[in-house]
Design a protein around this ligand. Structure first.
Ligand code: OGA
Ligand code: NI
Length: 366
């Protein structure tokens, strides 16, 4: 969702980038609008410095290193008591080591996954006039924008459609080209989210309902990313390095690669896999788990093929001005494992996320 960089640009460059982005925003046509206009070079305000792009090496010889085998967890036998424990153990280890894993046999029909991505495609590929009315930042139920947080860094090569789906769905507000399938996908992803939360609770050694009962799956929003083929993919990124500002994310991606997770100091590709969904731990689960689970840095490379599309469902109560306070779960604490964070409300946490992009959590450290 948001972005962060390690190397700020110079002030005058930032001004230039902000102006260029503003001009692009005023078109309300997104990056797809540039593509439609037939550009064959990357406008310079998308340039991301090589130091940022290559901040860590990319792990390519994955098969040589068992430590770098991306975790894939089959949920088929989840109800079988003999298998259940082993699945929880895999979730625990992936959430501690990676903060990322893929699930197969998760119960959402492949046809629904395909149609959800078709909906994202239809939205982005309709004429500019139809998309413009949604062009907005802020807190609305539906927003279409180019980069959420514009700071001293770079501008990612992608457009985003964000729809708040729960706790208050607003079907009449969703774009008609994707409304029905979003409502359908929402039903499935809510169920899957609850299953995942149950497994995560058990993996923490808590009662299976614990995380659900404290409200971790009450609210969620779809963040649909659309990355057109990029004319100069090596000079920019699709989505800058960030951590997700939620409890956890269920990510559906199409078959074009680009997503990477930072693992043991290396960028590792998260392979697109037909029918699988990617789960990643967000900052808020790192906070309630008192750092047992890890909110991992991830990013998306720009590619010269496209469009790459993804639909990330962010489970959080964001956009709900709730006063509920989230802190490390008491049952997990002991004299040897004292609380590492102050409790926070979600709106307060989101404020720290925006002012300290990618690491709002550090502000909450005790
Ligand atoms: C996000 C995200 C990854 C992707 O939306 O937060 O990390 O594959 N998306 O687009
Ligand atoms: Ni993300």
């Amino acid at each position: 969702m948001a972005e962060m960089s390690t190397l700020p640009r110079k002030e005058e460059e930032v001004d230039g980038v902000e102006k260029a982005v503003k001009t692009l925003e005023d078109t309300k046509a997104g990056i797809q609008g540039l593509v439609d206009a037939g550009i064959d070079k990357l406008p310079p305000f998308f340039f991301v410095s090589p130091e940022v792009i290559h901040d860590h090496p990319t792990m390519t010889d994955l098969h040589l290193h068992t430590d770098f085998q991306f975790p894939i967890i089959d949920l088929k036998d989840i109800l079988d008591p003999a298998e259940h424990k082993g699945i929880v153990e895999k979730i625990r280890s992936a959430s501690e080591e990676w903060g990322f894993f893929q699930v197969t046999n998760h119960g959402i029909p492949e046809q629904v996954l395909k149609e959800a991505l078709d909906g994202v495609k239809r939205f982005n590929e309709q004429p500019r006039e139809a998309k413009m009315t949604y062009y907005a930042r802020g807190n609305g139920a539906v927003r279409y924008y180019t980069n959420y947080l514009l700071q001293k860094k770079g501008v990612g090569w992608r457009d985003t459609l964000a729809c708040v789906m729960a706790p208050n769905p607003a079907p009449e507000k969703y774009p008609s080209v994707c409304r029905d399938i979003f409502m359908e996908y929402s039903k499935h992803v809510r169920k899957l989210g609850e299953v995942i939360l149950g497994l995560l609770s058990e993996a923490l050694g808590l009662d299976p309902d614990h995380l659900k009962d404290i409200g971790c799956s009450e609210g969620y929003a779809f963040h649909c990313q659309y990355y057109p083929a990029c004319p100069e993919p090596d000079r920019t990124l699709g989505l800058m390095r960030h951590r997700d500002p939620d409890f956890f994310t269920v990510l559906l991606q199409n078959q074009i690669e680009g997503l990477q997770v930072l693992h043991r100091g290396y960028w590792v590709d998260v392979p697109p896999m037909e029918g699988a969904l990617t789960i990643n731990i967000g900052d808020l689960l790192q906070l309630v788990s008192n750092d047992k689970f890890k909110s991992a840095d991830h990013r998306v490379l720009a590619k010269n093929v496209g469009p790459r599309m993804s639909l990330a469902c962010l489970f959080t109560t964001d956009l709900q001005p709730s006063e509920k306070v989230y802190g490390p779960v008491e049952q997990l604490l002991s004299p040897d494992n004292p609380a590492l964070y102050k409790g926070t409300t979600i709106p307060n946490y989101l404020k720290t996320y925006v002012t300290k992009p990618g690491n709002g959590l550090s502000v909450l450290k005790l």
